[in-house]
Design a protein around this ligand. Sequence first.
Ligand code: GLA
Length: 383
Amino acid sequence: MTTEDFINTSLKKAQSEKSALFFAPGRVNLIGEHTDYTGGLVLPAAIQYGTYLLITKHSGDTFIFSSENFPEKAEIPLPESGKKQNAWFDYPLGVINELKNKGWQPEGLRFHYYGDIPTGAGLSSSASIEVVTAYAINRLYDLGISGCELALLSQRAENNFVGVQCGIMDQYAVALGQSSHALQIDCHDITHDPIPVKFKDYEWMVINSNKKRGLVDSEYNKRVQELEEARKQLNNSFDVPYLGMLQPEDADWIDKLVTGETALKRLRHVVNENRRVRLAAEFLKAGDAKQFGQMMILSHDSLAHDFEVSCKELDTLVTIAMDTPGVAGSRMTGAGFGGCTLTLIHRDAVEDLKNRVATLYEKETGLKPGFYPVTLTGEPKKY
Ligand code: GLA
């Protein structure tokens, strides 16, 4: 099924039944990785790929879940909907529970999803399904919940119901994304500054490594914990309510107060990555693709060596990209351990990059890459 097919069939159904069709985008993070849960800065943008939800009222006292992307279906009685099911529909169930906490009175609903975003590949398929559910119920029942609160309750659903200690970046970018803009999000204040993305003659290319992301949730939660322990060590001597407040010039006293090579490397990544986001935002405003690309390269290097969330497959994709003339920068995007890279490339060099990656990546890893040219054009909407 193509996206167009899904939209057309859903719109036909929506005319004849009590249904409505909604969309929420995925996101690509341009820079600022693993900084959101430290109250730092990130620079993501919503993309044209995402999740569609056809939502229909029905007369039974159940929630019915189905998806074009997953074989499992479920019909869950309303009183049992607070229980985790260990299946893909835990994402919408988590959101439903958050909405109930806000006073929404649920009734029988059928949720049918379709996503054209690769699942679990670092483009926020999870946040996309959470936010499309929250956005649809908010619109359908006129709940008057703001975009920022939709993002926060979707994040709570993922933290408390699904069990991943993610930060706010994905849900925020998906709920508040603006076409042709990146959002510089301050994850401490939970505010953002939209920056128009206009690099003349340059395009964004997402390449899926198709490496299965093993242990991503547990490794992710481990990084969150390692940083929190490092913060506590610092906090014994100085008031450090959140790590995102630290600057590169704090490195001297950080080195003296924190014990353990791993903790120091993790902190180094966070502090330097925040600085890179600040600089990258300036290069974006100036339309300077080459300098922006430099920040991407440094970011990848830090994620690979200091934060240790890259892998052979992602490193191979970045190396091939960087050896291709016309590439300004390339880095892993999202949580890591597999998933996608993002490359900023001159439009004349796109075909060359695709050919080189298609041959060299498979030779090196035995995996076939997936190409996703992205336009930064996603926004949640009702059809
Ligand atoms: C995942 C999480 C985000 C963020 C990124 C890494 O996508 O959901 O909150 O931490 O990883 O930057």
